[in-house]
Design a protein around this ligand. Structure first.
Ligand code: CMC
Length: 393
């Protein structure tokens, strides 16, 4: 007990045993519950993958339709909660609204605080999966000062989200099937990634036996930062800046290598992957597909390809094993789907939600789990005596 290992960023610390997600960072492999990420993206929709992560198995046809029905049934928000949205400033970042509204679910739907939370956990999980999508769309509507659009029972999970985001009384809006497919695939790509910063936050908060909503709200806050889920927004801002200010891609890469400033290439590098992030490979292919289907030419994509090409052939990036990560191309797909930039990280959160829930549940059922409580190496002053206030200089 007297010996404490110093491991900043927990680079070498395994904080739990988990059977949810497998990553081989050297080979670029990612699997959810044994299924390869490419296989899942190709053959499943987001509901099936959410079911897989939360319940441990892929659903049968009946189980899938029942689950989709259940998610639709719970998709509305309490009226008082809807009113609550209106108190946020119009330019509030949707992530600020999302995190606080998810925490607020524990006030409006307090089953988990009751005597036997185990009885209610299924209901809480379903509510959260369903309502977070509604909260996400409402947070956007509030940020642009538009009325809310209710979820519809005849729409799928992703159709509903797009409809709640973009439907308007002056526009005959129907979710584009290409966008619906892309959204399903993007959410699957984000659905879990073992002990990343936000999932660790969910586990840590959950380890104090805080309820699921509170634990997931902590995950949203952790995800928001530009080194984590906020990177997708930062990538688009970086690419736009290159285009608008006519900057040279080479110069941007040089700036990212220059240690006299703190600038980094957004969407590059990863703690675990020392090769291409397998999710980035799939996202890059999806970008091309969405562009082809829409018959579009996109200058952001052109700059992204040039940036990737220069960086991956540069010694600085090669020596440090820095490759494009998931956020490098997903921002471009969101942009092609006309999702506003401030919503990119919210979509990451919607995708990561089943993973957060699965880890929370795994912790609850793990007999060896303890409250998370890392130690520190004290580096402060030795014992000192307090000088009376009047004598202090
Ligand atoms: N651009 C330039 N240099 C970089 C970059 C980058 N994007 N990423 C890492 N480096 C350098 C860093 O300066 C350091 O150099 P040196 O050894 O000379 O000091 C070396 O590479 C190792 O970096 P690190 O910060 O020690 O690595 P880490 O594992 O602690 O950080 C990271 C991983 C993802 C935070 C980091 O690569 C980064 O800041 N990337 C940009 C932000 C980003 O794209 N984040 C999304 C991550 S993927 C999705 C997710 O998990 O949310």
């Amino acid at each position: 007990t007297g010996y404490i290992t110093y491991d900043p960023g927990f680079i070498n610390t395994g904080s739990c045993m988990s059977s949810i997600c497998y990553i081989d960072g050297e080979k670029g492999i990612l699997r959810y519950r044994g299924y390869d990420i490419a296989d899942l993206v190709q053959n499943c929709d987001f509901i099936e993958v959410a079911y897989l992560l939360v319940k441990g198995v892929l659903p049968t046809l009946d189980e899938r339709s029942n689950y989709a029905r259940l998610l639709n049934k719970h998709s509305m928000l309490h009226t008082d909660m809807r009113n609550f949205f209106r108190s946020y400033p119009h330019d509030a970042h949707p992530m600020a609204i999302l995190a606080s509204m998810v925490a607020s679910l524990s006030a409006f739907y307090p089953e988990m605080e009751e005597k036997d939370p185990e009885d209610n956990i299924d209901l809480t999980v379903t509510r959260l999966l369903s309502k977070m999508r509604t909260i996400a769309a409402f947070s956007y509507r509030q940020s642009i000062g538009y009325d809310f659009v209710d979820p519809r029972y005849d729409y799928s999970y992703c159709e509903n989200f797009l409809n709640m985001m973009f439907s308007s009384p002056v526009l005959d809006y129907h979710p584009d099937p290409v966008h619906v497919k892309a959204l399903n695939q993007l959410l699957i790509l984000h659905a879990d990634h073992e002990q990343n910063c936000s999932t660790s936050a969910v586990r840590l908060v959950g380890s104090s036996e805080a309820n699921l909503y509170a634990s997931v709200a902590a995950g949203c806050c952790a995800l928001w930062g530009p080194k984590h889920g906020g990177a997708n927004q930062a990538v688009i801002e970086m690419l736009n800046k290159i285009i608008k200010e006519g900057l040279s891609v080479k110069e941007i890469v040089e700036k990212a290598k220059d240690k006299s400033n703190t600038f980094r290439l957004s969407g590059f590098g990863h703690r675990v992957y020392k090769t291409f992030d397998p999710r980035a490979r799939i996202a890059k292919q999806m970008c091309q597909e969405v562009l082809n289907v829409e018959g579009m030419h996109d200058s952001l994509m052109e700059v992204a390809l040039e940036l990737e090409d220069i960086a991956i052939h540069d010694d600085y990036f090669i020596e440090r094993n820095l490759y494009p990560n998931i956020d490098f191309y997903t921002g471009i797909i969101f942009h092609l789907m006309r999702i506003p930039q401030q919503m990119f990280t919210v979509l990451f959160a919607m995708g990561r939600l089943p993973g957060w829930i699965a880890h929370y549940l795994e912790w609850r059922h793990d007999p060896y789990q303890k409250i998370g409580r890392p130690r520190q190496i004290y580096a402060g002053p030795e014992t000192r005596k307090v000088i009376p206030l009047s004598l202090r200089t």
